[in-house]
Ligand binder design. Sequence first.
Ligand SMILES: [Fe+2]
Length: 283
Amino acid sequence: MTTATRKTTRFMLLADPQLGIAAFLLRKHAGRTTPSHHGEMVAPAGSQENGWPYEEERLSRVIEVANELKPDFIVVLGDMVMHWDDALQIASVKEAARRLSPAIPLHWVPGNHDVGVDFFSATDESLAAYRASFGPDRYAFTAGPCRFVAFNSALFDRPDSARHEYEAQLEWLEQELARPLPEGVHHTVVFAHHPPFLRDIGEEYGVYNLPQPQRRLLVDLLTRNGVEYYFAGHTHANVLTRHEALRVTATSAIGVSRSGHASGYRLVEADSQSISHSFHPLH
Ligand SMILES: [Fe+2]
């Protein structure tokens, strides 16, 4: 049975493998108890100031899990690396990904660390580099009963650093979401790195959500077009919230999660009636 005619789909979400974050945290926080903008994230025991053995091992293990679970596809919800321009970090992520069974498609979604020259702001140069390494930063596909739309949320966070890219993506999203669902497709699901909000749409802007007014504009666009689920990463902790019919779920990091929060992956299953998901800690 081909994907197009199947009535169900089962896929796996990974967020923030972020190769290089442990060394960064170790250097940044050494001897201090006041964390930076990363909140309560601390370098795991055994981290080294050079290299990323911890993150690489976590990524390798979850790829082994995926090869056993055989999902229909995997989405990596951004922050593949700590530094957008570190060729060794990018090469390590792609090397780990090559150990995934070729029968399991892998979809990359850009995170702020993958495209942000200052950890936040995408530029023409960083976007070109991202696309050369990981492919398009926005795309759509269908699987089973779902239409999936992935986009670059860093452009919603800092539109002014690449205003023409922000506008082009917005136009593309409007057109993509307005297209009628094909026969047999019942749900629209989006993938992006930043959740638009963490508790409610009116909350203040911070490191882990999107600023007003882009948040309102995006959520209005999604709800108007019947999007049911928004799967994100970025928070390095699990977050489940909603606005009207739009459910927003951020998945904890596969690499370094925030203190007190499990690290792991999410499995999602969809049939013509509903979508369900569950988080699985990776020990
Ligand atoms: Fe991250």
